[in-house]
Design a protein around this ligand. Structure first.
Ligand code: ZN
Length: 230
């Protein structure tokens, strides 16, 4: 994929956030990476989705220096870059303040795995990463946000758990492509909605038993998967 194709893909992935009802105003951002060239394409900062064009997408190096684009990159760019540097398997990153996922983030609660809908997506709770300290915020807020997520994922595979909440903030998701990262933001939002409503119906409900959780996750993901058309 050349850079122009990646700009188009990242542009379309950003528009998906609007179509999925995950963003209003200028909130949210999606990026994608060209691993061969080491270039990241990301939404420009503060541009409304209605006026966004593929040409406005900003190209940066993995160190954050701007390669091309007339506009400033998203203020969350250092978080995206941190995740790309730590996790070579991911090709896209997405951040929104979608309502239900953000409600869990603000409550400081992981999205619990309460059913097979969730287990089809991830083999366990979607973690809520503890908020940054005063020092971390003042030193390098966006970069340290990425580092906090990576710390939380030391014992997890990022492609098995393609998202996290940041306490008092909102969801970050990722995937093999920019579109996958946006799609995962949509799924995470739906899972958060369903978990909240499930707990409303029955506050004492248990998590999905692990034998059902793992059956659902691994029939869809990994070497033993048999869901879909192969
Ligand atoms: Zn944010």
């Amino acid at each position: 994929m050349n850079l122009e194709q990646l700009k188009q893909e990242v542009y379309e992935a950003n528009l998906l956030l609007v179509r999925y009802n995950l963003v209003i105003s200028t909130w949210g951002n999606v990026s994608g990476i060209d691993r061969q060239e080491g270039r990241v394409v990301i939404k420009p900062s503060g541009v409304p989705y209605q006026t966004l064009t593929p040409e406005q997408m900003v190209v940066v190096n993995l160190d954050g220096s701007v390669v091309s684009g007339k506009l400033k990159p998203s203020s969350d760019t250092p978080t995206h870059l941190e995740l790309y540097r730590a996790w070579p398997d991911i090709g896209g990153v997405c951040h929104t303040h979608s309502s239900y996922a953000t409600i869990f983030a603000q409550a400081g609660v992981a999205v619990p795995c309460l059913g097979t809908t969730h287990a089809d997506f991830a083999p366990g709770d979607i973690p809520c990463v503890p908020a940054l300290s005063k020092e971390e915020v003042e030193a390098a807020y966006e970069e340290n946000t990425g580092k906090a997520i990576i710390r939380e994922f030391a014992q997890r595979k990022p492609l098995e758990f393609p998202g996290a909440l940041l306490q008092w903030h909102g969801p970050f998701t990722w995937g093999r492509t920019a579109q996958a990262a946006a799609d995962n933001a949509q799924v995470l939002e739906q899972l958060a909605f369903m978990a909240l409503e499930t707990r409303l119906v029955n506050p004492a409900v248990d998590r999905l038993p692990s034998h059902i959780r793992d059956k659902h996750y691994f029939r869809k993901h990994g070497p033993q998967a048999y869901y879909g058309q192969g």
